[in-house]
Ligand binder design. Sequence first.
Ligand code: ATP
Length: 313
Amino acid sequence: MIEAQGLTKRYGKTLAVDNLSFSVEPGRVTGFLGPNGAGKSTTMRMILGLDNPTAGSVTIGGKRYHDLKFPLRTVGALLDAKWVHPNRSARSHLRWMAMSNKIPMRRVDEVLEIVGLTSVANKRAGGFSLGMSQRLGIAGALLGDPEVLLFDEPVNGLDPEGILWIRKFMHRLADEGRTVFVSSHLLSEMALTASNLVVIGKGRLISQSTTQQFVARAADNTVKVRSPHLDRLRPVLERAGASLTDNDGGVLVSGMDSDKIGELAAENGVVLHELSPQTGSLEQAFMQITGDSVEYHTGLEAEAQQVLRTSAE
Ligand SMILES: Nc1ncnc2c1ncn2[C@@H]1O[C@H](COP(=O)(O)OP(=O)(O)OP(=O)(O)O)[C@@H](O)[C@H]1O
């Protein structure tokens, strides 16, 4: 369990993290979502005691990082996969980490096995691909068998196979009952990986909810309708609770799905030339929501609808 309370970090004039409060529960993957520069890495560094908050606090299992006796046994992290001496082998890198945290040496071979690096354990880490380096970083995070794991943009730059591996691995860790907190700037990626989301923009909390709820809000679906009888259809749909916006010779309908629109049209003898759900601009909606978070962080739902309407025009 990770809990942040009023977490704030200021670098000179930049307010990198602004009064952030959220919690991350065990047994599931929680995504930490926000555009580049939103303050995700800074927050993760504060969780790990690598940066001190200007105000507020963050705890892991009720304790601040600095109060943990053997930190690696409580929390493991992958912040930067290339943080390995290039001339060290994977095994000697992990041995050095284990030694400094009083972790038994046999655990090194266990974690190499878990991440599938046993066959290259004695090879120079400097020659590893990004995907292999990520695995080595994850092996390091797992050394102390910690309850809490943090991953900062772990799929950046990976090929599809590497992305799939990481995604499955996160689920496995969560299924083991661990707290998994993973940052990304890609909503599409997080929608596939995380069951819960903490979303930030400009250092501020935008929402904390299930991924399903966030995606439904950000993509609040509209349906494009074209008909030679729009003048008759319009009042029918509005009376039934939908709202309509003129769009490219037709209308965009929100607050009603395409099945219902089709049924109402048929009941009223209205011919339709187009009835197409619009779901394509999820990432764009997310970027606009988070990009202007100071203004958008309250009326998320309404703003998401507006964004989708505008981008469909
Ligand atoms: N050491 C630092 N000194 C000064 N400013 C910093 C420092 N670290 C981060 N910042 C600033 O704080 C803000 C948040 O940066 P941070 O790296 O935490 O964002 P992020 O969401 O992780 O983005 P990215 O994915 O691009 O790293 C940015 O404006 C960044 O320029």
